[in-house]
Design a protein around this ligand. Sequence first.
Ligand code: EPU
Length: 465
Amino acid sequence: MKSRGCGVQLRRTKERMGAPLCALRMVRSDEGENNKLDKFVIKGGRRLSGEIEVSGAKNAAVALIPAILLCDEPCVLENVPDISDVSMSLRIMYEMGAKVEMLDPTTVRISAEGLKNFCVPYESARRMRASYYFLGALLGRFCKARVSMPGGCPLGDRPIDQHLKAFSALGAKCNIEHGMVDLFAEKLTGSQIYLDVVSVGATMNAMLAAVRAEGLTVIENAAKEPHIVDLANFLNSMGADIMGAGTDVIKIRGVKHLHGTTYSVVPDQIEAGTFMVAAAATGGDVLVKNVIPKHLEPITSKLRKIGVNVDEYDDSVRVWVDGPLVRTNIKTMPHPGFPTDMQPQMTTLLTLAEGTSIITEGVWEQRFRYVDELRRMGADISVDGKVAVVEGTGKLTGAPVKACDLRAGAALIIAGLAAKGITEIEDIYHIERGYSNLAEKLRQAGADIEKVSTPVATIREAVSG
Ligand code: EPU
């Protein structure tokens, strides 16, 4: 029995009749709201040491899952991170009629065989930004798609004009009405696509729509992030013909048919970077495992400038501190520049360094909203538009704070680990969108961090007196 449209959530622990190993849990429609009451409680001041294992990349997995819609055979994805954005992507696939089976906690088999549905409803799409990948994948498969405008972290204006420009170039008519994006094409034809801004999402969506288009597509001014290369490798393993991913010109020769594949998601360089900064902020010594050191270079090189030691091995990095942290300047840029998704974590580290650091956000309009929370912990940071000036005070103190987005939440965790006293972080559902078993992983390296859930009934009792 399949249940649709009444709050199905994928869980990785039980078996379900008729779909062995695909564990599904029915949740009340208000459960997401209840999760907003969960918090992380951190007793700071403990030096991290030992080993931490990095999971598969969120920003790769959320594109690879919809990419499976492009083929009519089962695909197996390994190294899938256990995060809520992935659960949501799997839930959308399931609600659309795909067969979704968890083979183990990080391996999922998905079959979109015979799937006819080309519509992703508002309730599912609004919860995460990456639901826009269903546009490219459905357009590629059916020559039509109907997907609600995406949600996601509040980082300022998040237009999708470049995605639509790419779809139009391939021959699709695009229409946005009543919050839904409608795409339709008689057929998709390869084309020259020049992206006016370097966009991860538009590059990946153009790739998804072009793999089965007739003829050659050339994407110019393409983004070069590791997850773009991962999507190209995944699609090529299904029989696509994509060259140049990882450079700013990607060439895609359309194929008629894609076949099933087994593929392992690339390690998450932002999760790895977050642990590297956490090790540095606590004066620790941590081996961060299951990484591709090359992908971490922009982060590694900044950490070294700050006075942190980073030793690189084949698939791990050791991060350790044996002296004072010193100031530096950072400007975020598309890959291979310093990643915007590491900006809040690195700003937090620089509050602990000696001297004045200047941070310039070069990608998002509003990525300093977390600074107010860091100030509550004693940070001395002033913000003017896209520039923050950090006066390193060398210390933070624990306080109750709120995560306002995913990486802001990661920054507050780092602040809490380094701070004197107790930090309580609310709204951790933001953090759980992108970090798999975060508290458990940090505890293994010696952190004192607990996830505390407060039942709604308790809150209601307290409020009603
Ligand atoms: N932009 C446009 N038009 C578009 C698309 C983007 O003007 O059609 C602009 C944006 O406003 C922004 C810039 O281009 O100023 C870059 O946006 P991009 O499209 O690259 O971002 P995205 O695809 O929406 C992904 C990640 C983000 C990450 C950015 C930049 C996913 C699901 N999200 O977003 O990840 O910050 O690339 O690297 O892949 C995160 O993981 O915390 C996160 C926010």
